[in-house]
Design a protein around this ligand. Structure first.
Ligand code: IMP
Length: 518
């Protein structure tokens, strides 16, 4: 057997150019295990780029046998060798404290981070963004999005409204202070409509450094914010530069890997809006975030989980195991792994009760948020959503976590929906389409007004019991598993290529799929 490095290199020969631009992006609701593949492909890349989002993301990478969770820094940083550059690009939003903590943690574990670069145009997450995010969620009642509370939405909002601050402002104290003053005036006006004691409670909490930015009279202590942020700027200044220009100049001369965050179905432009994050985390959004163009890409990888899906936070999820009960439990704000063990002690992966089965799957697959610790809602693979996601152009498919399903007796794949609207709204106009009860949909209509009323139609398959974690080629997989792959990728005529199958968390637990194998 060739070593891993050789296997990846051979695999990538389907890309004809010596210097390539690749993107790796999740086609579902995030958390599909991008970290492992960014890590794999990063071994051959010269430049690895985190393009969008902020510390709402979290990716786990196994590094020298140890699990490492990153929120902002590209997971390629663990290959921090000379000449391999890791970039946080223009499309990202940065809470400098998180970034500096990550750099210091990495440095303490022997990764110097000297090849880190940060776009001078990346957006700064400011303390008032965190307050605005948390307070609007606290007051949203049943319409809450279930954000990570990291200030992501308000930071993008301020950017679009032309009152945002960027990384480069950290290098220019007077500009920073002028922009800060103006932005805070706006934030204070918005916050004046909320209960002051709730605002204070959020501001003195640990997530805002225990009140470091709070001032009884003016709400925000401008001097304290400026002092802290400018000190952050001093630390980060060696890393800040015009990464758009650097990347544009590198296309065709270097091997570049764009790393996605979140997933297509959470993209502000393409996802289940408003139950989305605030960045465009589509494949096109990644390119834009890096300052590049669609036509420059050599291959776009789209990641899906093997035969199941997860979602964190609110929003429609047609194949969710346990439906509303699961949604309420996972999003109720109290559920933790420990409480779940106490509440569902006997949950079994083959349970007839879908709620119990979903809990058991979550446990087996360790589906608890890397950033928030929240239980992720679990459900079966949804082909109508996948057909929709494949429109994004990320059609070189990576399928992850297949080993998790070993031992499940019955695998269900959702191949279509039956639209069953509430009797109160029996028909729904979607552009020039009139949807009425009983309509069968093979491709998802991403509007939550429709999606929440879609009943999944399933095809069932027998599972497998063999350990697949040591399998390294498709033909050695259990026949039952191959049959399901053939059903998905052949019978459903999806316009994509299955390229990689992950059968375990370690880098080597990977099957590279040959052109005619599925
Ligand atoms: P925000 O990005 O914190 O504003 O949260 C908006 C929505 O995106 C919420 O439903 C979050 O749970 C979801 N979300 C944000 N980041 C991630 C991620 O990395 N994985 C999965 N869901 C995420």
């Amino acid at each position: 057997m060739k070593n891993l490095y050789e296997r990846i290199r051979l695999f990538l020969t389907f890309i004809i150019n010596e210097f390539w631009l690749l993107s790796v992006n999740c086609l579902q609701f995030g958390d599909t295990g991008k970290g492992k593949f960014v890590d794999l492909l990063a071994r051959l890349a010269n430049i690895i780029v985190r393009c969008t989002g902020g510390d709402n993301a979290g990716h786990t990478v196994i590094c020298k046998g140890q699990e490492k969770v990153f929120h902002l820094i590209p997971s390629g940083i663990i290959h921090d060798v000379d000449g391999k550059i890791n970039i946080i690009a223009t499309g990202a939003v940065i809470y400098p404290k998180t970034l500096i903590d990550e750099v210091k943690t990495l440095q303490a574990s022997g990764i110097p981070c000297k090849n880190l670069r940060i776009s001078l145009k990346a957006k700064l997450i400011m303390p008032y963004h965190i307050v605005l995010d948390r307070i609007s969620e606290a007051k949203a009642g049943s319409s809450k999005i279930g954000t990570t509370g990291k200030g992501i939405g308000p930071t993008y909002e301020y950017h679009v409204a032309r009152r945002g601050l960027i990384m480069n402002d950290l290098l220019n104290p007077e500009v920073f202070k002028r922009k800060l003053k103006k932005a805070v005036e706006h934030a204070k006006k918005v916050l004046a409509s909320y209960d002051p004691s709730l605002v204070k409670e959020i501001m003195v909490h640990e997530h805002l450094e225990f009140g470091a930015y709070y001032q009884e009279q003016n709400l925000f202590d401008l001097d304290a914010i400026a002092e802290k942020y400018l000190a952050y700027g001093d630390f980060l200044s060696p890393y800040i530069l015009d990464t758009d220009k650097f990347l544009q100049e590198s296309v065709g001369k270097k091997r570049i890997l764009l790393e996605g965050a979140q997933g297509y179905l959470l993209s502000v432009d393409n996802g289940t809006y408003p139950y989305v994050t605030s960045s465009d985390c589509s494949h096109t959004g990644l390119l834009k975030g890096a300052g590049l163009e669609n036509y420059q890409v050599d291959a776009a990888f789209g990641i899906i989980k093997g035969f199941y899906m997860t979602r964190v936070g609110g929003g429609p999820f047609p194949t969710e195991m346990g439906g509303e009960e699961s949604d309420k439990w996972c999003n109720g704000g109290v559920a933790t792994r420990q409480l779940e063990l106490e509440k569902y002690p006997n949950a079994d992966i083959n349970d007839e009760d879908p709620m119990n089965q979903g809990v058991a799957l979550r446990r087996v697959a360790n589906e608890y948020g890397a950033t928030t610790g929240r239980p992720r809602r679990t459900g079966w693979l949804d082909l109508p959503l996948l057909r929709y996601s494949l429109r994004s152009g990320a059609n070189e498919i990576i399928m992850t976590k297949l080993d998790v399903l070993t031992g499940i007796e019955k695998i269900k794949i959702c191949y279509a929906y039956e639209y069953q609207p509430a009797t109160l709204y029996p028909v729904y106009q979607f552009g020039n389409k009139l949807l009425s009860s009983g309509v069968i949909l093979y491709e998802a209509i991403i509007d939550p007004e429709v999606l929440q009323y879609c009943k999944p139609l399933y095809r069932e398959f027998p599972g497998w019991t063999e350990d697949i974690s040591k399998v390294r080629d498709v033909k050695s997989l259990p026949q039952n598993l191959i049959d399901i792959l053939k059903y998905i990728f052949w019978e459903n005529n999806l316009n994509c290529n299955l390229r990689i199958i992950s059968v375990g968390p370690a880098p080597d637990d990977t099957i590279f799929v040959g052109d005619d194998e599925i």
